[in-house]
Design a protein around this ligand. Sequence first.
Ligand SMILES: [Zn+2]
Length: 233
Amino acid sequence: MRGFALSLVLLLAACGSSSVIAIPAAEWQPSSPALREKAREFEQVSRAVAASAEKECRRQARSANCDFAILVDLSSRAPANAFQTLDEDGRPLIIFTRPMIDSTENAEEMAFVMGHEAAHHILGHIARQTKNAKESARIFGELARKQGADDAGIERAQALGAEVGVQNYTRVFELEADRLGTKITHAAGYDPMVGMVFFQRIPDPSDRFLATHPPNAERVEAVLQTARQLGLR
Ligand SMILES: [Zn+2]
């Protein structure tokens, strides 16, 4: 999967990110005229999706902070990627790298990826994933201890448990985020059916051993189902 777009995007979605130099979408002024046009479009989409995500976030009332900030990662060697994280004050951040913005073909695709990332926050996925990892680490560690493992063995079992705990839920979380993301994209004034074409340009993770992400077909179906519920088709 490495290297490109949404599959990578999604894997990072629930991980914190420590070394990113990012600026608000409104402050990004690239020098090339083509990219400047894209930057303007990105800023417009950011405003619409942040507003629609904030409304949905308050409606669901699961997270204390619904004040989304959408940022551009300026690191020069960053791969095409978008992810969601929190700042020190718990404010939800959605960060796009420049290659990621460049790889979207229209405003719909930008909005769709943004809506998906916002959905991760609204659904509390970071906290839920941390909790799953901790629980699974505890269970694996306990089993190893009962089998007479030494401290190092227990630690290894806990690390494996944490990984399994994360992987078990990633697929579920991704599909949840696709469904709610579809709703947010639509409410922001963009067509999720056009936006999801983005899936067709990224490698399908279904053929990977221990795939943590749902196959693209499953994701497309999740979007279509939601679109039907919204009366879009
Ligand atoms: Zn995701």
